[in-house]
Design a protein around this ligand. Structure first.
Ligand SMILES: [Mg+2]
Length: 392
């Protein structure tokens, strides 16, 4: 049984400002630009009872909390202290997966003989972070990442929540859907309309119904809701980009022919985003021509995405912006960047409409390109592992 700790600093940027400037202690502090289009990057706990939260517009935040002190962000200072917090983490395990400057998963399975059980390690880390840096953080201890992340958020600030192995489903069951990863307000309305209130309700709902409600993510959501999450802790900082590319045995000369590898690559990229709990806002398509010229086209999407359809949709639009394809293309690559683990936008803006549109567009494109027998998703998945594929 694994032991995973999710550690998350409390109101990190705002707490750093209060640490460095004692006048701000005990005051509602908003980190962000004071301009009309400014957004709250962090709000101290003193500001939160007014309903202010990060990603809110500064105008709205100041309407709710007129007494707040607005402080411009000091990224260099945050990253300096972030480095020190991560140093503490690494004293207890080499298996540290940074999710952002102030948040990480730690796999401490192998550290238990040295430092004690998971809860004791989490407590040591909390104490050490506080005594060395002067800031508090909250920890969740569980047998997997999903449960640990939800646990760390339950008792903020300065919390420590332990979920015993075997007790995952029971722990999650009474929690409201708001706690569920990747369920945004609109999806929640839809789930509520279907009679679901808690994560436990999600766990009990059959697969088909959940797929209708949440799209392709429904099945993953159901597993997670049951406390099942096999994703390993992946050492390192969050990647800045993810991508895959493949070289063809013979140059491809039509848009139609190129769409098949581009769809496969879009799927691989989407899988990797989902596996790492990330979303991307920028999609890049790279082509290498027969004469080895390399060209890329890039699109910034209106919101961060992590699904095949959205990535493929963007990549195929980008493909239409390349010329001289008929001269021969030897390689395509799909990559994504501007990654985030906490998209503040709605995650399922209108899942039904979007799913319908995207699936329809994808299916239509495939039917047009590969004939009426169609290339099904399943067949693409089956042959997706190309010898020529390389990951970076
Ligand atoms: Mg935090």
């Amino acid at each position: 049984m694994r032991t995973v700790i999710h550690f998350d600093m409390d109101a990190f940027f705002a707490s750093v400002e209060q640490l460095d400037n004692p006048d701000l202690r005990g005051q509602p502090v908003l980190v962000g630009a004071r301009s009309r289009r400014g957004v709250v990057t962090a709000a101290s706990y003193e500001a939160r009872p007014t309903g202010v939260r990060s990603a809110m517009s500064m105008v709205e935040a100041l309407r709710r909390c007129p007494d707040a002190v607005v402080v411009p962000p000091r990224r260099a200072r945050y990253s300096e202290l972030s480095g020190r917090v991560f140093e503490v983490f690494r004293r207890y395990t080499p298996l540290v997966e940074g999710l952002s400057v102030d948040e990480a998963f730690l796999d401490v399975t192998g550290s238990r003989t040295l430092f004690g059980e998971g809860p004791a390690i989490a407590q040591l880390i909390k104490e050490e972070v506080y005594s060395q840096i002067g800031l508090t953080g909250s920890a969740g201890v569980a047998s997997n990442k999903f449960v640990a992340k939800i646990a760390s958020d339950l008792d903020k600030p300065d919390g420590l929540t332990v979920v015993p192995a075997g007790g995952e489903a029971e722990f999650l069951a009474p929690l409201p859907l708001e706690r569920m990863w990747r369920v945004g307000p609109k999806a929640r309305v839809r789930l509520r309309a279907a009679g679901l209130q808690t994560i436990g309700d999600l766990a009990r709902t059959d697969r088909r119904t959940l797929e209708q409600l949440l799209g392709s993510w429904g099945q993953v959501a159901r597993e997670l809701a049951r406390g099942i999450d096999e994703r390993p802790v992946v050492v390192g900082a969050p990647p800045k980009s993810l991508g895959t590319e493949s070289t063809f045995e013979e140059d491809l000369t039509t848009t139609d022919a190129l769409l098949k590898p581009i769809l496969r690559q879009s799927m691989q990229v989407a899988d990797r985003l989902v596996n790492r709990g990330l979303w991307a806002q920028v999609v890049t398509l790279k082509l290498k021509y027969g004469d080895h010229r390399i060209r890329t086209r890039q699109a910034r999407l209106a919101r961060a995405v992590s699904d095949t359809d959205a990535i493929f949709h963007a990549a195929s639009e980008l493909l239409s912006r390349f010329d001289a394809i008929e001269a021969g293309v030897r390689l395509t690559g799909v990559s994504v960047s501007s990654l985030t683990n906490e998209p503040d936008a709605e995650l399922f803006p209108d899942v039904e409409r979007e799913r319908r549109e995207r699936l329809a567009a994808t299916t239509r494109a495939l039917r047009e390109r590969f004939g009426s027998a169609g290339v099904t998703r399943a067949s693409l998945i089956a042959d997706r592992v190309d010898a020529g594929d390389s990951h970076r």
